[in-house]
Ligand binder design. Sequence first.
Ligand code: NAD
Length: 477
Amino acid sequence: MYSIDHIYINGQFVTPHGNEIFALVNPSTGQLAGQVRLGDAEDARRAIAAAKAAFPAFSRTSKAERGGMLQRLHDAVLARADDAASALVEEYGGPLNTSISRSRYTANMFLDVKRVMEEHAFVKTVNKSKVKLEPVGVVGIITPWNSSAWFIANKVATAIAAGCTVVVKPSELSARQNQILAEAFHAAALPPGVVNIVNGRGDVVGEEFSTHPDITKISFTGSTPVGKQIARLGVDTMKRVTLELGGKSANVILDDADFAKAIPMAIQACFMNNGQACIAGTRLLVPAHRLEEVKALAKAAAEAVVVGDPHDAAVSLGPIVTQKQYERVQRYIAIGIEEGAQLLTGGLGKPHGLDAGYFVKPTVFAGVTPAMTIAKEEIFGPVLSILTYATEEEAITIANDTPYGLQAYVSSSDLARANRVADRLVAGRVHINGIHDDLIAPFGGFKQSGIGREFGPYGLDAYLEPKAILGERAQYR
Ligand code: NAD
């Protein structure tokens, strides 16, 4: 049993004013694993005050000084990568191999952001005027559980690159990952108050951040309903918002694609992170005349997925994060069956021999129509819906027929055709023939998948406010 009973304010680990104890359950076993003492609104206000006090000096630091801090953050986070990986495995059942690579990836983020900052022009000339990009102010960072350390690292790194100070409210479900990250931040010896971390509930600490007049911007990753609530709460103090929200991403397989590669890739794109990824390709769109072939390939690929104890390196699908999320996924599977989708593999209940944890059978539905609930709503579990189209035009229409627009995937052996379709998909990112990695290109959503972009120069601009100085060399005559 571990116990996390401190929060991080003004460069120190302190006992929170809040005294609620939140139980942490290992999702692979269903057993109590630890507990965290949550902060409250008073703790949020103390953290905001520390970030506000640190802002004037920090906002005037040079690129070289902030570059040094980003380098130290990288080194400190990398030094704890093994601890962070084991916390990912224990805390939300991240499979071992992906947890290790993700933890290293988290450290690398600081170097990516450092490079972007070094190349970014913070002073420009526009027409006859000088334009300075100034740090926006104190930033409130609110993150989900499904890749906690990684989201926090990206947002904190970008805020620091811009010269902003931050208060972070991680998900209460990722307390152990957050604790390791907080210790690494402390080891990086940033000036006190630049980074503050308050564990707490969304409707307490998160709402205090969203309404507090000393927070200028909120950078949020999480569900669309909570993102809307944060935007509503923030409007009275005119907060800038970056909202990274949910998705229902389409994976369009054109009729000339290499199906033997594209369909297993589609299973991977849907089941990534135990099916708990905002960018998961959960709607697989295939040509109607190739459906039987797709069904056979999808069934075989899903049945080859090894589900189980995430400590086992052979496992690629661990459990769902909580009992509540498990039940939500089961509900969607039941709705899929009730509404008449054809269950190809998986279905209700736990996989054989995995009764203790929150494991879900890798599930694939065919015969899904755009009107069905499982084609419309974000499930956040390993559940794939296969839909068919008659023409390329119809594929594009179905792919775009969603309130979301976070990510999309296209497969075709004709690259010109794939690019043509990619141009017409309404999504913040489109992947052609596979799942690609680019942490500098912009990331974010169209429509109700969010507002704004993260990563690279677009991400950095979102923490900066342009100030135009007119008449820089003007003299009265
Ligand atoms: P969530 O929206 O329930 O919670 C996210 C964070 O918001 C948590 O820290 C939570 O405590 C906080 N919160 C809750 N209510 C709040 C309120 N009223 N005011 C302020 N903060 C509040 O999401 P989750 O269940 O933790 O994560 C899953 C969701 O996140 C999915 O919808 C997924 O698609 C989305 N997500 C999006 C991205 C992206 O980059 N677009 C990435 C990962 C996850």
